[in-house]
Structure formats: C-alpha cells, structure tokens
Design a protein around this ligand. Structure first.
Ligand code: NI
Length: 182
C-alpha cells in the first residue's frame, strides 16, 4: 500500500513551507490516500502525530491521535484525527517545557516550550470544519505537527539545550516522568 517513507532531518523537503489544501481537493480519493499514508506511517513507527512534509508531501495535512496509555493512565487519550489547513491560537500565554522527539529526528529528545492551552481548527477529509480546545500533551502534539507545515523542527525551538539527549540515556538518567512524544 505504502509508496512513501518517513524522511529524516537533512532532507530539504522538511524545511519547505507546505501548500494549502484547495477546495477541490476535499472528498477526493487523492486526499484520502494521503491521509491513509500518514496514519500508516504514524502507527507503524508508534508516533503520536505525523505531518505531510515528513513523507515528502508539500501539503498542509497533519494526523495525530493516541489511545489510552497502558502505563501512564493519567494521560488523556487524544482522538485520532486528520486535519487539513490546520491553525491554532493560544488561549492563555502560559507555556511549559516538556520533552519531544520526532520521527524525522530519530532517537534525540529535548525539552521544548509550548503553549499549555490552545484552540485549534482545521478541516476533515470532506472539508467539514473541526474546532477543539486542547491542553497539555494534546496541545503540544498540535503545535509540533503544525510547525512541520512551516518547515520548523522541534530542535529549532529548544531553549535549554542541556535537555537534549538520546532516548536511552535520558531514560537511564530518569529524565522522563511520562513518555516523550515523537
Ligand atoms: Ni515531528
């Protein structure tokens, strides 16, 4: 089924600004197959989200979602969602740092400041508007994936560079209280 793969940092396609989905794209087989492709890779590589540029597709589409975590049960599940032409606004100025990773970055994790509570919106595959409020991990995933559509990688947003490390080392050092997103 899959013809694409997740591309890695260094590939210039990750640094482009993606193009909006146009009105005539909604409801098409093409749009559905792009979304299928994104979910396929996200689930295969156990990510919480994936953005179209990560499979080399210069389109403003993101997918994300998480089932109830078997160990970290306090984490709220995130509905599995496709969003075309997404946008967000912070609801308050409050930001917090937490670890992030990225399927295009491999085993590196680092602490990124993000807005804690946001309102986000976008369109589903049929062009119907989706609008939600989100906080914490859910809000973080949205901000991370939306950045990809503008060619921004989480590494660009790290302020405390001493937080940067390889997953295995950070686990050994006890850095994680809950699993970092990727
Ligand atoms: Ni990413």
């Amino acid at each position: 089924m899959s013809t694409k793969k997740v591309i890695k940092l260094g590939n210039p396609l990750l640094r482009l600004v993606s193009q909006p989905i146009s009105e005539q794209d909604y409801g098409t087989k093409q749009l559905h197959s792009w979304a299928d492709e994104l979910f396929h890779h996200m689930k295969l590589e156990k990510g919480l989200g994936l953005a179209a540029p990560q499979i080399g597709l210069n389109k403003r589409i993101i997918v994300f979602g998480m089932e109830k975590h078997p160990i970290h049960v306090a984490l709220e599940p995130i509905p599995f969602t496709v969003l075309c032409n997404p946008s967000f606004q912070p609801i308050t100025d409050e930001m917090y740092e937490d670890y992030e990773g990225c399927l295009s970055v491999g085993e590196l994790r680092g602490k990124v400041p993000r807005y804690k509570t946001i309102r986000y919106q976008g369109f589903d595959l049929a062009g119907r508007m989706i609008e939600r409020e989100a906080s914490n991990l859910h809000a973080r995933v949205i901000q991370h994936e939306l950045d990809h559509l503008d060619g921004i990688i989480f590494l660009d947003r790290i302020v405390n560079h001493h937080s940067l490390g390889f997953y295995d080392e950070l686990v050994l050092s006890g850095a994680f209280s809950s699993p970092p997103i990727k």
